[in-house]
Design a protein around this ligand. Structure first.
Ligand SMILES: Cc1cc2nc3c(=O)[nH]c(=O)nc-3n(C[C@H](O)[C@H](O)[C@H](O)COP(=O)(O)OP(=O)(O)OC[C@H]3O[C@@H](n4cnc5c(N)ncnc54)[C@H](O)[C@@H]3O)c2cc1C
Ligand SMILES: Cc1cc2nc3c(=O)[nH]c(=O)nc-3n(C[C@H](O)[C@H](O)[C@H](O)COP(=O)(O)O)c2cc1C
Ligand code: SF4
Length: 639
């Protein structure tokens, strides 16, 4: 019997048979055509996930009505001309044995970033726009709400005509529908406001409209049990709402948490830990008779445990499927260790989308690029040398090995992983550390030999005869000229991660991602920590939504933040910092230097003029794991 017997067991929802208990929940790709039609690129992206074995692929939020809101670049199903685009997605998913659900959104409301003076954001009431609180939303007229209900039904009929198998209603995380559900946003006096029944009416009418327009298709609903905003609903009210949705004919409830005002719950970063929203699913299971899906930072093991415990009937694995489309297939074939972990960084999936690009992935360069990127066998096998076994070098070696090249990786340290190995020592970064184990496993079956404890310079004989040299030597710490910085009480951030002896009182000098994460880890370990940063704010190199839980957790762990302060001296008693009010002495037993890094360019410089040399990763421009992995992949796919 498989270890993942619950995950892999089939089930029937609304008359539709699902081959296992894993659903890929909706995730915006920003890959539709400029007209808002589903594209060939989306078809390839979704089909790849279906091919990987997931029971149901749910599309991203798809607009049903563009009359009252400017829907920006969203996919839409508000007209018959949208049907062919979706049909190509459905055909592609069906061709590989998958099932397709379409997530229909009646609107974004105050979450909509694309409003204009001519098309202001709309909402249940005159709520402030999330993106610009100075702008108040226009409350929808009662007739307009009814028109939107009709639009969802009409869109559902188009989805059915395009071949979709299921409709999901986008009711969560403070989008328009949730602005009606939530008392903190709904101050209406018509039949869509007031009591829980009235606030839920928009949602129940939508479910009924979908059922009537697309008979036979199961309907699910995404409900954020807790919005994590003040004045928001509690679990008891969420249960009441869920029961009303069930009465309206719902087939499955997808339970999560959050809102744009608590955006870390919508896209939970590593700080939120495993299974962060399972309690909400469990609360729904307590009252509902229809199936419930749990979602949020699930691992294969925790997904199995959640199902075995009866906390949910299905598990949603979202970013896990961006990172590895064959998440389910690998479990089914007994290859759990081959699943490439999502490192919960949000960097290139939602990070790209918020930055105006389209979905990608920090650890899977092919995500969103299924039509253009694939690893093909090279026409002739070459001898490739990779210098440096950090993320850039390891990914280059993996891809080169898969292409049939003979690869030697040389690493000066006695372990692989580069900066990642020490940097991912905090428990909250264990998925990041898991990447190192993943590369180790992947390289084992390839023509790749890893030589640790071997430092390479331009005259090293190991480079002789190499057709191509991938230089992935990473970075070196920045060492600002500060009196006392070379004292015995000063420790580098990586040494601190690697278990250097630290006193009780620690000053972390440098409040970028690396310093801030270390400060949090040390505070968790019981140290008294002060984080000093000369800029106005800490962790400005992080995605804004990842910073939310970081700042919250630093505060909970009593880490003192000293921003706008520059370290000017270190001595045996601690540091002197200078801020807007002049110099301040901060006592510390240990000072951790986390001033950032600079590219380690010496080997690249020394090999200048030699052909076939490819610098990648931090040794070109220090960034993050995503940039290093993507650069390593892209160089090797062309060797
Ligand atoms: C403290 C810290 C925390 C971080 N946390 C995160 C995070 O949470 N998320 C994130 O995305 N990014 C994080 N980063 C950044 C991320 O780790 C780097 O961007 C990434 O590791 C760069 O990969 P790379 O392969 O280019 O270089 P590296 O990881 O630096 O690897 C380079 C490797 O080359 C080896 N090497 C160098 N010269 C030679 C030589 N001459 N011969 C042989 N071997 C050599 C080095 O020993 C090293 O192992 C963090 C960085 C630090 C410093
Ligand atoms: C890039 C991205 C886009 C998302 N877009 C949507 C969306 O369109 N509709 C939706 O209901 N949820 C959306 N979500 C939330 C996911 O469905 C899911 O709840 C979340 O990623 C947590 O699950 P995970 O930890 O398995 O990724 C999105 C998440 C990501 C990462
Ligand atoms: S970009 Fe990061 S969070 Fe997003 S899917 Fe990839 S690894 Fe996961």
């Amino acid at each position: 019997m498989s270890t993942f017997q619950h995950v892999l067991s089939p089930a029937v929802v609304g008359g539709l048979e699902l081959k296992n208990r894993v659903i890929m929940p909706p995730m915006g790709t920003a890959m539709s055509t400029p007209e808002g039609f589903f594209s060939e690129r989306q078809a390839a992206y979704y089909a790849e996930r279906a091919r990987g074995g997931v029971a149901l692929v749910v599309t991203e939020l798809t607009s049903t009505c563009t009359t009252y809101e400017n829907m920006g670049g969203l996919a839409r199903m508000d007209a018959d001309e949208c049907i062919p685009g979706l049909a190509q997605v459905a055909d592609a998913v069906h061709a590989v044995g998958g099932l397709l659900a379409v997530q229909l959104t009646p609107g974004q409301g105050r979450n909509n970033p694309a409003f204009t003076p001519e098309t202001p954001p709309v909402s249940a009431s005159d709520n402030p726009s999330y993106w610009n609180p100075a702008v108040l939303c226009r409350p929808l007229e009662t007739e307009e709400v009814r028109a939107i209900v009709r639009s969802v039904g009409e869109a559902a009929a188009r989805c059915a005509a395009a071949g979709a198998d299921w409709i999901d209603v986008h009711g969560h995380t403070g989008y328009l529908l949730d602005q009606f559900l939530g008392r903190q946003w709904n101050r209406r006096t018509d039949e869509y406001g007031g009591s829980v029944e009235n606030r839920t009416r928009f949602a129940t009418e939508i479910i009924q409209a979908v059922k009537a327009a697309a008979p036979g298709l199961p309907v699910s609903f995404r409900l954020s049990v807790l919005n994590h905003v003040s004045g928001g609903r509690d679990v008891a009210e969420a249960q009441q709402i869920a029961l009303l949705l069930q009465e309206a004919g719902l087939d499955l409830l997808m339970a999560d948490d959050g809102s744009y005002d608590a955006m870390d719950w919508v896209f939970p970063p590593y700080y939120l830990g495993d299974d962060c929203m399972v309690p909400s699913a469990r609360a729904m299971k307590e009252v509902l008779s229809i199936p419930v899906m749990a979602v949020g930072n699930l691992t294969p093991e925790s997904a199995e445990a959640v199902l075995a415990a009866g906390d949910a009937d299905f598990v949603g694995v979202g970013r896990g499927h961006i990172a590895d489309p064959a998440w389910v297939g690998k479990l089914a074939s007994g290859s759990r260790a081959d699943i490439r972990p999502c490192i919960r960084c949000n960097q290139m999936c939602i990070g790209n989308v918020f930055a105006g690009g389209s979905l990608g992935c920090a650890v899977n360069p092919e995500a969103g690029n299924e039509l253009t990127l694939s690893i093909e066998r090279a026409p002739a096998s070459k001898r490739v040398v990779v210098v440096g076994a950090g993320p850039a070098g390891l990914e280059a070696a993996r891809v080169a090995g898969l292409r049939g090249h003979t690869v030697d990786v040389y690493e000066q340290a006695d372990h692989i992983g580069g900066v990642l190995w020490p940097a991912a020592s905090p428990d909250f970064k264990r998925e990041l550390r898991g990447m190192v184990g993943w590369w180790e496993g992947q390289l084992a079956g390839l023509p790749v030999t890893v030589h640790t404890g071997t430092r390479i310079d331009a005259s090293s004989p190991e480079l002789d005869g190499a057709d191509d040299i991938v230089v992935a030597t990473g970075s070196l710490p920045l060492e600002p000229r500060i009196p006392g910085i070379d004292g015995p009480n000063v420790v580098d951030v990586l040494a601190a991660h690697q278990g250097a002896t630290l006193g009780h009182r620690v000053v972390v000098a440098g409040g970028g991602l690396s310093g801030a994460d270390l400060a949090l880890e040390l505070a968790h370990d019981g140290h008294d920590v002060t984080l000093v940063e000369m800029a106005d704010d800490i962790a400005q190199d992080m995605l804004f939504l990842n910073r939310l839980p970081l700042l919250r957790q630093l505060a909970e762990a009593d880490v003192r933040l000293l921003t706008q302060h520059k370290v000017t001296a270190v001595d045996a008693s601690g540091v002197t910092v200078v801020g807007p009010d002049g110099p301040v002495a901060v006592e510390a037993d240990t000072v951790v230097a986390a001033f950032g890094v600079r590219p380690a360019t010496s080997l690249v410089d020394a090999l200048a003029g030699r052909s076939g040399v490819h610098p990648v990763g931090d040794c070109v421009t220090p960034a993050k794991v995503g940039e290093a992995v993507n650069a390593g992949y892209r160089v090797a796919v062309d060797l």
